[in-house]
Design a protein around this ligand. Structure first.
Ligand SMILES: [Zn+2]
Length: 333
């Protein structure tokens, strides 16, 4: 494991955010809420090594006799819940709709086999080993949620309310956000991939869409009135940061619709949006292949293709970006 330890940020009143040390695929933010009556996580790191680090950091902050016994999973991508195996007795809470995405993604062991069997011979193999090789799921069993809900779910943890809202399909089918009114904070999951001038992030990747739903979900985050917004990936934001992110999403949506109207195929549209270099500070521009592909499917009414097909296109565009004569070269990767 070449990933170094994450940082723990104290957000006050028993709330902490665990932030990975760098940007990149699979390095998600997580939350810890502690009270004298119990403790819960919002999401887990991607693999058991990172989850063990987060658990060790969490344990340092727990009162005697208190354990982390609940995990709220913002959505069913492995980088937000495959680490739950380090809490074998915890209640795992997801939306009912998240089940659909669990079945879409490979299991941890299947993904480990894919990543380690690849190698540089193909764009996909090289891409998977470059971006997913640092993780280890060789011994990770699938995580089985224990609690499903639709709509809204309100928990209490000691004196703290925890308001969980399911969202219409946006980043995935089955997204939720967690509002902690006592801490004036929201955990958004991958509705938001943040970036700030001091800490640039990555381009978002959205598997479901349409982007209008992602934008509406960002508006719901603002509607809570919360001042602290912890995105799925990237630095913690204030409300102005969320508004900036909506501007990004509206830009990608407008370009995708314009290229769709012009009859440009989705992958080519992604190449062209990358080539506009509107956000040169963001990493992983090839992820626009996924997001724009999702927007096209919403416009066309077609189904999400297999994840390997999508990732093959992502890897091919990433390889083009590495070439000096490539079709589109952001100034900084
Ligand atoms: Zn994620």
């Amino acid at each position: 494991m070449s990933i170094t330890r994450g940082d723990v940020v104290d957000l006050g009143r028993g709330l902490y955010a665990w932030l990975p040390p760098k940007r990149g695929w699979g390095l998600a933010n997580c939350g810890l809420l502690v009270s004298p009556r119990g403790a819960l996580w919002i999401d887990t790191p991607y693999d058991d090594v990172l989850a063990g680090q987060f658990l060790a950091e969490s344990t340092k902050r727990l009162p005697d006799g208190v354990h982390v016994d609940r995990v709220i999973v913002t959505h069913a991508n492995g980088d937000h819940f495959w680490g739950a195996g380090v809490l074998p007795d915890a209640e795992i809470i997801v939306t009912r709709e998240a089940r659909e995405h669990i079945h879409y993604d490979p299991t941890p062991k299947q993904q480990h086999a894919l990543v380690t069997a690849g190698g540089p011979a193909t764009p996909l193999g090289g891409y998977l080993s470059q971006h997913f090789g640092p993780f280890d799921w060789s011994q990770t069993e699938p995580v089985v949620p224990t609690t499903y809900f639709t709509g809204e779910l309100e928990l209490t943890l000691g004196e703290y309310p925890v308001r969980i809202s399911s969202l219409p399909p946006a980043h995935t089918t089955g997204d939720l956000m967690v509002h902690l009114p006592a801490q004036d904070a929201v955990f958004t999951g991958d509705i938001i991939f943040s970036s700030t001038p001091g800490q640039p992030g990555d381009h978002p990747v959205h598997w479901a869409g349409p982007l209008s739903n992602v934008i509406a979900a960002c508006e719901r985050v603002l509607d809570t009135g919360a001042e602290t917004v912890v995105p799925g990936h990237g630095p913690i934001l204030d409300r102005a940061g969320v508004r900036d992110h909506i501007v990004y999403l509206e830009y990608v949506r407008e370009r995708a619709h314009a290229f769709h109207t012009a009859g440009i195929p989705a992958v080519e549209a992604a190449r062209r949006v990358i080539g506009e270099v509107r956000y040169p500070e963001l990493g992983l521009p090839e992820r626009l292949v996924v997001t724009i592909g999702s927007e096209y499917r919403q416009l066309d009414g077609t189904e999400l293709p297999g994840v390997l097909q999508v990732m093959t296109e992502v890897a091919e565009v990433a390889q083009e970006l590495e070439r000096p004569d490539g079709p589109a070269r952001p100034t900084e990767r």
